[in-house]
Design a binder for this molecule. Structure first.
Ligand code: EPZ
Length: 419
């Protein structure tokens, strides 16, 4: 297993943001809805994308992936099974369920199970698809679904923790080929869902309201192939902002969409960090001078993203004063707390809250990455810590950050990968 060796670094220069993993994955699943060729640009080359390619190949697609461009064609429509050996490595594969059901009238998709960030149920996915008339059984770890043709429905898709990104994606993809109109209330508003909506519309779907909490979808008979470009990754963007703050290094972030990070930019500016947006949407972040602690509550979009909680906890560990983080999306997503504390940070967890007493120094240590975003937080901590940090199990970071160490090295980071 690879590990990262990281030393305290000062960063400078510009970083180019890749396409969004969490937008590309549902768009890839949506190609099941057509037999025609789809060309998808700006797809980040990372492990989760490679896993989705394997799943789509199991489902009869032929895929070429070169220079961040996916070309997807259909060889066979017969298969309807997404096997556990692939689904267990990536929960997003569960969003093949909706398009399989809509196009092939049956689906057998392994249940993803929980993961280190929490229980992660799929009740909303199933509720939404059942409302469209699907017959669904959970059997031997698989979700088996069938239909004679989905119907429209009026669905409330809110759960105990608010809206669900992938449940909205699943129900939306199922509804586009249904017989009549579907209304989804409390839909997820994340930019990744808006991106999926735009892709489906380019394929010929009739959708109103993508990117808002009210979706109106009129079923159509058939969808066609198309060319599409995936949006920039707002979580990668926020991760580089956190790295800039933790290392007190000014950075230029190119190719991002700052409007997708409005809550994050607000928090960062309130900390006393200067953030300027250029006409071409480049973000100039300059964390010089004394910074202030922050109160962060993670929420569904447009709230502060849970996928940036760990990275901002790492940088708040180095801002003197007391910061508070309330995790409202995944109340147990705190695996990184113990590792940051091993580096000398002072973070106390209480239920779904973390109280961070900022220090002016943390120290390198041997630490263990537990999930994708926690890994990014540990890399950020390592870049800001005195001495040497060894981060074990970095395969997590390869799931979701394209060429992370190359991008960091280009900015002057002292980071190397060791087998
Ligand atoms: C997506 O997961 C992202 N994954 C996650 O990113 C992200 O953390 C999450 O949205 C929240 O923004 C992808 O897009 C591939 P949810 P998703 O359903 O859709 C509860 C990363 O690091 N819930 O929006 O699976 C759930 O437990 C990953 O890139 C139910 O109760 O998340 C959570 O509390 C990690 N029932 C809340 O809703 C359900 O049926 C939001 O989860 C579904 C979810």
């Amino acid at each position: 297993m690879d590990k990262f060796i990281v030393h305290k670094s000062e960063l400078s220069g510009a970083v180019i943001i890749s396409g969004a993993k969490n937008a590309a994955l549902p768009v890839m699943a949506a190609t099941i809805l057509t037999d025609e060729k789809c060309i998808i640009r700006n797809v980040p080359d990372l492990m989760d994308i490679r896993t989705m390619i394997k799943i789509l190949e199991c489902l009869g697609k032929e895929i070429n992936f070169e220079n961040n461009i996916l070309t997807i064609t259909t060889i066979s429509n017969k298969s309807f099974v997404a096997p556990y050996k692939l689904v267990r490595t990536m929960r997003a594969s569960f969003c093949c369920l909706g398009p399989l059901l809509a196009k092939r009238k049956k689906a057998k998709v392994a249940l993803p199970g929980g993961c280190v960030i929490g229980a992660r149920p799929v009740d909303l996915h199933i509720k939404g698809l059942k409302a469209l008339g699907a017959e669904i059984n959970i059997d031997k770890g698989y979700c088996q679904a069938k239909t004679n043709g989905l119907e429209g429905a009026h669905i409330y898709l809110g759960g105990s923790f608010g809206s669900s990104v992938l449940a909205t994606a699943n129900v939306m993809m199922a509804a586009v080929l249904s017989k009549d109109e579907t209304v989804i209330e409390h839909a997820a508003c994340e930019p990744e869902i808006k991106c999926l909506g735009l892709f489906l519309k380019k394929m010929g779907a009739d959708i109103i309201g993508e990117g808002t909490s009210l979706l109106k979808i009129k079923g159509v008979k058939k969808l066609k192939g198309c060319e599409f470009e995936v949006i920039p990754d707002r979580i990668e963007t926020g991760t580089f902002m956190a790295a800039s703050i933790a290392t007190r290094s000014p950075l230029k972030i190119v190719g991002a969409n700052p409007m997708d990070l409005i809550s994050v930019i607000e928090v960062v500016r309130n900390m006393g960090v200067s953030v300027d947006i250029d006409k071409d949407q480049s973000i100039f972040i300059n964390p010089k001078g004394k910074l202030k602690p922050a109160n962060i509550t993670t929420l569904a979009y447009p709230g502060f993203p849970t996928d940036l909680q760990a990275q901002f906890m790492a940088c708040l560990s180095l801002v003197e004063g007391v910061s508070l983080i309330a995790e409202k999306v995944y109340p147990d997503r705190f695996m990184h707390v113990a590792e940051l504390n091993r580096m000398g940070a002072s973070i106390q967890k209480s239920g779904s809250y973390a109280i961070i007493e900022g220090k002016n120094m943390i120290y390198g240590a041997e630490i263990m990455a537990s999930d994708l975003r926690a890994s990014a937080a540990l890399v950020i901590a390592g870049l800001a810590a005195e001495g040497k940090t060894e981060i074990l199990r970095v395969y997590h970071i390869d799931r979701g950050y394209e060429k992370i160490e190359n991008k960091l090295k280009k900015l002057g980071a002292k980071i190397k990968r060791q087998k």
